[in-house]
Structure formats: structure tokens, C-alpha cells
Design a protein around this ligand. Sequence first.
Ligand code: ATP
Ligand code: MG
Length: 624
Amino acid sequence: MIGTQIQHYKIISELGEGGMGKVFKAFDTKLERFVAIKFLNPNLLKDSLFLERFRNEGKNHAKLSHPNIVMVYGFIEYRDLIGLIIEYVDGITIEKLIEKYKRLNVIYSLKIIRQVLIALEYAHSKGLIHRDIKPSNIIIDNNGVAKLMDFGISKSLDSKIELTRLGRNLGTILYMSPEQINNQPTTVRTDLYSLGITLYEMLNGAPPYYFSNEFKIYEAHLKNVPQKLSSKFPDVPPEIDELILSAMNKSTVVNFNSATEFRKTVEELIFSLPIKINQVSYNASDEKKEEKKINRNILVPIFFTIILLSFASLIYLFVQNYLPRNDEKLEEQTINFNTIKPTTKTEWQKIDIPNASNFIDMIILNDKIYTIDDNQKAYLIDENSEVKILTNSLFDGINKILSYNNLLILLGNNGNILITDKDLNIIKSINVSEKSILSADILNKQVVFCGSDGLVGKFDVESYNYSIMSNVHSTDYLDIKFLNSNKIILVGIDGSVLISENTGKDWSREKLSNNYLKKIAIHPNKSQILISAGGGTIFSSIDGGKSWTQIQLNITSPVNDFYIFDLKNYYAISSSGDLIYSTDGGSSWNVQRTGYFVPLNRISSDGRNLFIIGNNGLLIKKGL
Ligand code: ATP
Ligand code: MG
């Protein structure tokens, strides 16, 4: 499977395997992004209940669009394969964190649970119960953002279809609520119960009812109260025991009826507990003070100091082992969170375009917007937002639009290049390769293009002459730009940046990142080059690409496009609906939510307005 191309998805690696089948990381060559594809196990294709669960997962999940919920992009049906295309999250699941660190830090765990509760508040408000909350369905991305996955056996509150029975066979019984065991109707409390068990496991290293006998597990869910973690671990205060019991509906004091009640208590604890927990570590330093006193009195034997040092190093080791690396990032994110301006959708004006699919690329020419979707349609939108739609099978798979005088050049899959007039009438269609052109740039009448499997080439817009370069190594190239008429820069999925000083005769190659490089932006006065990378990183060079500095943005998904307005004002957009902007020439960046949680694909301006296109036919504008 790995290395194969299924439709426009290139399978890269296996991410894991669950009850329904295998999950793969793949690269979507049309939208130039990584995705996760969950393929239904072929043996289960005959099982109509499983098929139903699988389709249900896609359908229910697709209703949700939230930063703490992994996005579902669609289904893929190819020969005898059925797959679900999901947002790829570069991160680690809670299950794997527990495997790695055994027990997780209390405050870290509470912060994760808080994020999951925010996701649940949203899902519950949409009338959906997850019903399969467990550590393997919560993933923490590289920015410390927790995302809930797998609405596989989720149920609409008003749905009559009960798929709980299926969930039971899938290793979820450790987290299963009493009502699921009793085949009683599930409610929002079902999710709170399973999240309570999940929190228990994060702090304990194992769930509360962990027996080899299935029946015993069921019985414990129904009858037992879990052992108090505070009696087992000195770092767990009794408030946590109470919190877990309230989530599990087993408290004698208060039980939660909603995700909001649970979240509010978690938030109180996040604020109040660190003081208590710090007191524990202050005790250690108090002992050090004691040590000094005793030393002064020359009463302390040397071995006492050694014991104290070992105690200190034990604390150090404890912190090293039990505090996941992501905790630091989470702190960073919490602070940066204040700089996120919660934009309301009203700040952006949405231009409605009927039946548009995902917008791939856009160009603004003579105040008109030209854009293209992934469903054979090109759109011409004038200043009064009048939309002209042209459907043509030749527009299929176009990834890039350039302009030259009053002509448009459209480049795309299977090496197709179209030249159209300014009304999008096709003048010429040329095929330069079997490989897909993913990006291109133009200077004077020279086009350079790049694409899949090492495709790099040149094309003359007037003579239609083209040549393919064979002197680059084979990877998928996601973007290419002219720095001047001789100098070209090229970035690849393998994290390498290539520069040629002689229009592609020779290339120097440098590996900038372990992650993929996606988009290049060149400052109009050529003073700066920016490159976006997976994981929300930007690389910046002010010496023509000789040296690079790395900037980590506080966003969950990569920058898909840049727009450099002037010397100081830079804009960027992400795959999860964020606008990121800098007012100091790229030194510091602010995140501003657009309010649209879909991948944003291009940003441009006519000098007065910013325009952004994205998936699901999104075209929005805002005055500059
Ligand atoms: P179950 O099928 O019972 O829910 P599971 O959650 O362990 O079990 P899957 O949902 O199939 O199984 O996921 C398997 C693994 O694949 C996950 O544990 C996770 O590591 C990885 N994974 C799943 N979805 C994604 C994603 N969108 N991005 C990154 N990794 C993912
Ligand atoms: Mg899962």
C-alpha cells in the first residue's frame, strides 16, 4: 500500500490500526496537504452493520467543524476499498503518551481534558454524543492542541439507530458507561463517564477497571467505585478523586450533568491546584534550607547531604519523566492564546457562489477575481460580486493560475497547461508531462513549474516551447518562485530547498526541515524569502536563501499561502481557518480566526480588500 497512488492521494506511511481497519498518512496532490485515510478492513465490507458504522462516522463527524475536533474531509471509494479522508494531525495520542510516560502530570492532564470538554460542549450542542471517548481517540498536535477523533459510534441524539453493540467488540469496554453496558439510551453523560475514566488512566497509567475477564470489567463499571488516586500517588490531590467520581456519576457530593459543568470544575482546579502542588516541591527546598543550618552547626554527616541530593535528583527525574514535552508547548499556547483575536464572521464578507466545490487557486486581474475549483469549474467574479461560471472538463485538476498580459495560464494534473483569454475562453491546450504540475511562477514570458515525482520545467508563453529539467532529485515539489530572471527557488515535500542561480542548469540543495515545505513568498523588493513548513513553522531568509531563521507560529496547521502587502504588513492563511498577520515585517505574528473552520487555500488583494478562498466554495473579503 505504501508508495501507491489512490486517486489523487499518495500513500506515505501507516499511522496505526484500530477496530475498523488501518489508518494511513497520505498526501493529497490536488490540495497539496497531508491527510489521514482510514480504510475499512476489507473483511468488514460484507458486514452491513460495520459499513453502517463507517458511513455513520463520516456523516456524523462531517457535521462538526471545531478546532478541538479532527476534521473529516470526505469518503473515498476505489476498487474494493472504502476509506474516510480525515485531517492529518501531526502529533501523539493520549494512548501513546501514556505508553511512553506511564503516568501524566496532573495539570497537563486537566488542560487536555478541558480541551476535550470544549469539543464535547460543541458536539453535544449539535446534538451528537461521541460514545467512544478513550485515550486513542484524543490526539495532541505539535502545538499542544487536543483534538477529538473518531465519531465512529457517535449517535445523533434524535437518531433511532443504535450501534453501541458494535463498539463493544472494539476494545472500548474499559471506558464503557453503565448505560451502554445495560443497553439503555445513551446521553451526554455517557461521554462524561468515559472521559472520567480517561482522566483516571492518564494519572494512574491504567484505567480503573483493568481486568482480563470482560465480565469483571462490566460488573465493575456497574457496581464499583474506583480506588482513590490520592491514596496511591502523593502528587494527586483529593480534589481529583472527587472530580473523577463526579464525571462518572458516582459522587455522593455532586455529579455533572453537562460537559460545561465538568469543564468549569476542571478550570477551577487548573487555577487552584498548582499552588497546592508547588507547596509539595517547596517542601523539598525547605529541606535544603535545613541542610544549610545543620552545616553551619557542623553537625551534618556527609551522607545526609548525599541523601538530599538523591532526593532532589529523584524529583528532577520525576519531572523529566512524567512531564510530557508537550506541556511546555501547551503553556506557550495558553499564553499566546491571548494574542488570538476571536474574529467574528461578520468582519469578513462572504461572497456566495452557488454549488462551488473546494477553491484551489485564485488570481486578481484588473479588479476581477479568477478562481478555480476541484470540480471542473472556473469562476470570474467582478467588482460587483457578479459571478460568471464556466464548466469545462479541461479545467479538471488545475492547481495553479498565472497571468501574462491579458492572458491566463492554468497549470495542473497530468502536465496540462491551458492558455485562456481574460474571459476564460481556452486559446491553447498543451501537455508537457504525465506528472502533475502543482505550482508555477512567471517572470516576463518565462514560466517555471514544479510538481510530483521530481517534475520541474520551463515554458515560454509566447512560443509554447517547453523543457523538463532532469537534474533535480525525485521528490514532490510543492512550490517554485523566481527570485530574479536567473535565480529560482524550489521547495519539496522532503523538506529540502533548492536554489539555482542559472535558470535551472545547476541546483544547490539544502535540507531545511524534517517536515514538508509548502509555499514560498518573496518580498516584492526581494529583501526576504519566506517558506512555510508543516507543523505551522515558517523559515525566513534575508540573504537570498543562504541562511534561514525558523519561526514557530501558534497555529495548528500549516500556512497554505502568504500575501506580502508592503514592507511591514504580511498576511498568511492556514488549513484550519486562521489568518496570521505581521505588522513588523515578519518578526512577530498574530493569529486571528476568520470564523470559518475550513482549509483556506489562497490569499490575495486588489489593494483595497483582502480576499481569501478555501474549501467548500469559501470566498471571503475584508477591507484592508
Ligand atoms: P478504535 O477503532 O476502536 O476506535 P483506535 O482509536 O485505536 O481504535 P483508529 O481510530 O483506527 O484506532 O486509529 C488508529 C491510530 O491511527 C490512532 O491511535 C492514531 O495513532 C492514528 N490516527 C488515527 N487518525 C489519525 C489522524 N487523523 N491523524 C494522525 N493519526 C491518526
Ligand atoms: Mg480511534
